[in-house]
Ligand binder design. Structure first.
Ligand code: PLP
Length: 460
């Protein structure tokens, strides 16, 4: 193909289409009022470009849809299960494979067995459901992402890495109470930033030295392999799959939400090296998810996942995937929109505190940007700031989150470059109103995870 090509050139063509509804600003104003100005409460039919999440929102290939028809729905020992098991064993180098309905089911099973009162888990960054499952069983979760990640604007090739010094210190402090070290790859809650092979190998060495278990939360292991190949010395000539295999082999256990790099709309995996632990996990799997050869999945789900786990390592797909996220982020930066840098694999994060400088933190600048993006362009995304993580002091005053970000996550194989160009156009409208002075107040909020169901009102 032409070397001069500047377009993203999606490495697929379209065989089936899903219509998008184009609405007016007045229509969207009305929809927002009905939804209490919370994007989670909007109807998807009222959204034009949906960047709420990359979880379970991807498009399957013709091969996967073909696999759906071939799914073996036998209760035990189904062909589709054998297919999935073979693919996963080959990828992870781990013998014991447990299918689950989602990533969090795998987390609940493993962490309720490893955890308990007084136990400690340490991670580069625990994802929300990971932390919730750990805390639910009375354990503590420590996040120790590397120092370079603190500065959101400076470049560093592997901002998802764990801080090895802090890791050693925490191990000295907590000793025998440590249940596991969890490496999240890529580091979702820290901007989708990658983890280097070197960092993973160092963690492996530390785990071996202290006799600790290393769990890899590898929802986006293929995306991570892209960065290792292109940013880390010594991997230029390896395939993405070889890099993933090398990395996963370092772990004692692997957890995956298949809704990400599994390229399917539902599914999860728990994979283990240790037989005794796998027996305990299988017992819990049977009680709550289903028999060991289907977990919470149908045969056709497992067939599509087995195929998806091969497709995700296709070099043209991964290039398109990582480049389209970077394209959106780089073009926004060129327009002067402050973004978390460098751009991660699955999402672009905008610094709303910087963009909407005049909106006080108590009036949620991130929420204001989320609402403006929907109102101006029918784009749906999510606030990752004080709405999500803010707390109140004893006088009811907001203690803001560390950052006021807005996340635009890209579903896999769903949107084309022209959709992204449209999003960029909408930001020209945002730039015109960036000096807005007022934001939003919360009129209703539940006690936990308020961002999902809270209601808001614009401050006049
Ligand atoms: C999505 C995700 C999970 C949870 O998986 P679900 O399939 O949503 O239950 C866990 N860890 C990470 C890093 C994730 O991105």
């Amino acid at each position: 193909m032409s070397k001069k090509m500047r377009t993203l050139t999606e490495p697929f063509k379209i065989k089936m289409v899903e219509p998008l509804r184009i609405t007016t600003e007045e229509y969207r104003q009305n929809a927002l009022e009905k939804a209490g100005y919370n994007p989670f409460l909007l109807r998807s039919d009222d959204v034009f470009i949906d960047l709420l999440t990359d979880s379970g929102t991807g498009a399957m290939s013709d091969k996967q849809w073909g696999g759906i028809m071939m799914g073996d729905e036998s209760y035990a020992g189904a062909r589709s299960w054998e297919h999935l098991q073979t693919v996963v064993q080959n990828l992870t180098g781990m013998q014991y494979v447990l299918p689950t309905h989602q990533g969090r089911a795998a987390e609940r099973i493993l962490y309720s067995i490893l955890g308990g009162k007084g136990k400690v888990f340490i991670s580069n960054t625990h994802f929300d459901t990971t932390r919730a499952n750990i805390e639910y069983v009375g354990s503590e979760a420590y996040d120790i992402v590397c120092k370079e990640a603190e500065d959101v604007e400076s470049y560093h090739a592997f901002k998802g890495n764990i801080d090895l010094e802090k890791l050693e210190t925490l191990i000295q402090q907590h000793g025998k109470n440590i249940a596991a070290i969890i490496m999240t790859v890529t580091n979702n809650s820290s901007g989708g930033q990658p983890v280097s092979m070197k960092n993973m190998k160092d963690v492996r060495a530390i785990c071996t030295k202290y006799g600790l278990m290393m769990v890899i939360d590898g929802c986006r292991i293929a995306e991570n392999s892209y960065y290792v190949k292109h940013r880390e010395e010594g991997f230029e000539n390896k395939t993405y799959k070889e890099i993933a295999q090398e990395m996963l082999n370092l772990g004692d256990a692997f957890i995956m939400s298949a809704k990400k790099d599994g390229m399917v709309n539902i599914g999860g995996l728990l994979t283990l090296k240790d037989e005794a632990l796998s027996v305990k996990c299988k017992n819990l799997l049977i009680i709550s998810e289903g028999f060991t050869t289907y977990g919470g999945l149908s045969g056709r789900d497992m067939e599509a996942l087995a195929i998806g786990l091969e497709e995700v390592f296709d070099k043209d797909y991964l290039h398109y995937r990582i480049r389209s996220t970077a394209y959106l982020g780089e073009k926004l930066r060129e327009k002067g929109i402050p973004v978390v840098w460098p751009i991660g694999g699955h999402a672009v994060y905008i610094d709303a505190k910087k963009l909407y400088q005049n909106v006080p933190l108590e009036e949620y600048p991130g929420q204001a940007l989320v609402i403006d993006l929907y109102l101006k362009g029918g784009i749906r995304c999510v606030e990752v700031g004080s709405v999500m993580f803010g707390k109140y002091d004893e006088n009811g005053k907001l203690i803001p989150a560390a950052n006021e970000l807005v996340r635009m996550a890209l579903p896999r194989r769903v949107y084309t470059q022209s959709h992204l160009d449209y999003v960029l156009d909408v930001f020209d409208d945002i730039i015109e109103i960036k000096d807005r002075k007022k934001g939003f107040k919360i009129t209703y909020e539940p006690p936990f995870l308020r961002h999902f169901t809270a209601h808001f009102e614009p401050i006049k």
